[in-house]
Design a binder for this molecule. Structure first.
Ligand code: PEP
Ligand code: MG
Length: 324
């Protein structure tokens, strides 16, 4: 069966009823780009830029622009969504921390750090804007907790664009700007955020952690880390509805998107982009091709009556088992 998935991996991922569900790849390194190209991925839905940063924290704007351009060029004409630095929490650059924080996951990380270090943020944004000349680029802000942060980040991006233009560097039109929804406050105000961006992307690894107040790295509470907790599903549902009402794209790039048992539920909740580990691309595309949106929506409806995360998972598994 694995062979069948693999043989079909470059076919489009359309559901049985013909709805396109874009299946993209999560990536971190330039060296992965060949594997991504070969995986059947329809885009890079999440490029985590922290890893390039940690490899070379002193990279100049030119060096960054070259690195990002290589990524963009390797995937062109497919889109690459770069997430701006999400340092802090579990991805620490010791040199940036002024002093150890008692609660790093609630501390100075993601967009908060970028907005507090405009030198770093502008260097990165300028490099990304320059790389956009080589293909299709999306820029996404991590750890957004309010629409104000999105507005602030967009203003910095606009300044970078204006500065580059004044320097005679052409910036292509149509660079998409998005926000990650991975904090409950962002999900609860997703309508406000959706009005300001071109797409939303659900970062469920953090969304689950912050919704259930369970450290995603702590084995002792791992049992409580439940993607199908009704509260998590409600926040996902709200975010998807907000994006749909605003007429913008909405995807998921957390690990939950790679979980084949949950593919029917994710499609039923209305997600039309799933960005997954490269090793899962062929399997997720295969699953998508065997599902119908109506079945998935009926599932999403029926789990609303369920109070138990394990039960919800079972209901999704039943659809998955019947279809693939
Ligand atoms: C997430 O939080 O779901 C996510 C995709 O980002 P990271 O795992 O890098 O925090
Ligand atoms: Mg995250």
């Amino acid at each position: 069966r694995e062979d069948v998935f693999q043989l079909e991996r470059h076919n489009p991922s359309l559901t049985l009823c013909g709805t396109a569900i874009c299946v993209g790849a999560n990536a971190e390194f330039i060296e992965e780009m060949k594997i991504v190209q070969d995986s059947g991925a329809e885009e890079v839905g999440l490029f985590r830029t922290e890893f390039l940063h940690l490899e070379n924290p002193d990279a100049t704007e030119d060096e960054l622009a070259t690195a990002y351009s290589r990524v963009v060029e390797s995937q062109s004409p497919k889109r690459v969504v770069f997430r701006t630095l999400d340092l802090g929490g579990d991805k620490v650059d010791e040199r940036l921390a002024l002093e150890p924080e008692p609660n790093p996951f609630l501390g100075w990380r993601g967009i908060r750090l970028s907005l507090g270090r405009l030198d770093l943020f502008k260097r990165q944004l300028r490099a990304l804007l320059r790389a956009a000349a080589f293909g299709r680029v999306g820029i996404m802000f991590p750890m957004v907790s309010s629409v104000q942060e999105v507005l602030e980040a967009k203003a910095v991006l606009k300044t970078c664009e204006d500065e580059l233009k004044a320097e005679g560097i052409d910036i292509p039109e149509g660079i998409e700007v998005g926000a990650m929804i991975e904090i409950p406050s962002a999900a609860l105000s997703a309508d406000l955020i959706a009005a300001e961006v071109d797409f939303l992307s659900l970062g469920t690894n953090d969304l689950i952690q912050y919704t259930i107040a369970v450290d995603r790295l702590n084995d002792r509470v791992a049992k409580l880390y439940q993607p199908t907790h009704p509260a998590v599903l409600r926040l996902i549902g709200m975010s998807v509805q907000a994006a749909r009402s605003a007429g913008i794209r909405v995807g998921m790039c957390g690990e939950m998107a790679s979980d084949l048992t949950l593919t029917p539920l994710m499609i039923g909740l209305g997600l039309n982009e799933l960005s997954v580990a490269t090793t899962q691309i062929a399997r997720v595309k295969h699953a998508v091709r065997r599902l119908s949106v109506a079945d998935c929506e009926a599932l999403a409806q029926s789990v609303q009556k369920s109070t138990c995360p394990a039960e919800i998972r079972k209901l999704s598994r039943a659809v998955a088992d019947r279809c693939y």
